[in-house]
Design a protein around this ligand. Structure first.
Ligand code: KG4
Ligand code: ZN
Length: 345
């Protein structure tokens, strides 16, 4: 039993039903999750079509779209779950990191629901939520785990020693892996969002066609992807007739080789029992195959969230919210949106 400063007491157990809300970037999402892992409903409304013509997310458009869409998305999550609002025990919401205007929409709505329903509000760090997407499929993961978080904004290797107990092992020193996918896709004219487009294009190309660099492959646990991006651009400028499928396949192979090599090294160094993949780039088909193969070869348990749980969604927010509520109790209603919120100092 935990008690928040306003006196709301919360008992967190397997029947605790949490409404998760996510509006940090370009997906408006709501989900109901019981006991931190049982997804009762999950609704994601993507804004991809609104941003596509600009080649990236336009913050002002994102905020306005969240404002229009959030209430219907929450209503649908509740209707799909087939429950009454009164059954909801807490409301968890991403408070950061993300686009400030986009975050504010979700945070204001989540606090209003919590206040109106007289249930706790739980502030969730978006990165911590990505770590928890694997627990949606298997709540009994054994620690220590190494989590590789690969998204549009981050590439991190994290040792997870227990719930809420993390240590940063390595991170990108420049571009995130997803950012490199997006920038190369844009350069090749493959459109937005870049990662899935590159994944599709690469399926028809030869991954050995071009020997792109694998930066820092044999050094430590940090990553660097900006040199690879520049190498792709230089190569295409020099060879304008090259097949974009071969470029996409060779680029993707270089990224995956580095990600998998570092994840294995990290697991070895900390004596992890398993490796977990999280973040939007975890949807990449080659990365998923190679990651599981590496886990098999190294005798590690490999955990891959389903495709829907890799990219931004609210089920992972509700799951992380369940663990946060259990360990820290409710967050104050004065908690604000925090666009630069970090998982590590
Ligand atoms: O975690 P996420 O949904 O949003 C944040 O950045 O927090 O990740 C989005 C990133 C984008 O860079 C997108 O291009 C990448 O994930 N991504 C992919 C694939 N699907 C999404 N990258 C490579 N292959 C994919 N299939
Ligand atoms: Zn994300």
């Amino acid at each position: 039993m935990t008690t928040d400063p306003s006196g709301v007491s919360t008992s967190v157990d397997q029947s605790t039903l949490i409404l998760g809300i996510e509006t940090s970037c370009d997906e408006t999402a709501a989900a109901l999750v019981m006991g931190g892992h049982d997804v009762v409903s999950s609704v994601v409304s993507t804004q991809i079509d609104l941003h596509a013509r600009y080649g990236g997310v336009v913050p002002e458009i994102a905020s306005r779209a969240h404002l229009d869409t959030l209430n219907p998305v929450v209503a649908r999550a509740i209707v799909e779950a087939g429950i009454a609002e009164s059954r909801i025990d807490a409301v968890a919401c991403t408070v950061g990191p993300g686009l400030i205007g986009a975050l504010l929409v979700g945070v204001a709505a989540a606090k209003s629901f919590a206040l109106a329903w007289d249930v706790p509000f739980v502030a969730v760090n978006h990165h911590e939520a990505h770590l928890y997407s694997a627990f949606l499929e298997d709540p009994n993961l054994q620690f220590p785990l190494v989590v590789m978080l690969v998204s549009g904004g981050h590439t991190m290797l994290i040792e997870m020693r227990g719930h809420g107990d993390y240590r940063l092992l390595g991170r990108t020193v420049d571009d995130a892996a997803g950012e490199a996918f997006d920038k190369v896709a844009r350069f090749l004219g493959l459109g937005y969002p870049g990662g899935p487009a590159m994944d599709r294009e690469a399926k028809r190309g030869d991954p050995t066609a071009i020997a792109f660099p694998r930066a820092m492959l044999h050094e430590g646990l940090d990553f660097s992807f900006s040199g690879l991006k520049t190498a792709v651009m230089n190569y295409v400028r020099k060879h304008p007739d090259v097949s974009s499928q071969d470029v996409a396949a060779s680029f993707q192979q270089a990224v995956v080789d580095v990600l998998v090599a570092k994840a294995r090294r990290a697991a070895r160094e900390v004596g992890a029992t398993g490796l977990v993949l999280g973040g939007g780039v975890a949807a990449n088909s080659l990365l998923r195959d190679r990651f599981l193969l590496a886990c098999q070869e190294d005798g590690l348990r490999g955990f891959l969230p389903s495709l829907a749980m890799c990219t931004d969604n609210a089920a992972m927010i509700a799951a992380a919210g369940w663990y946060r509520l259990r360990s820290d109790g409710p967050s104050g209603l004065d908690t604000g949106a925090s666009p630069n919120l970090r998982l590590f100092d």
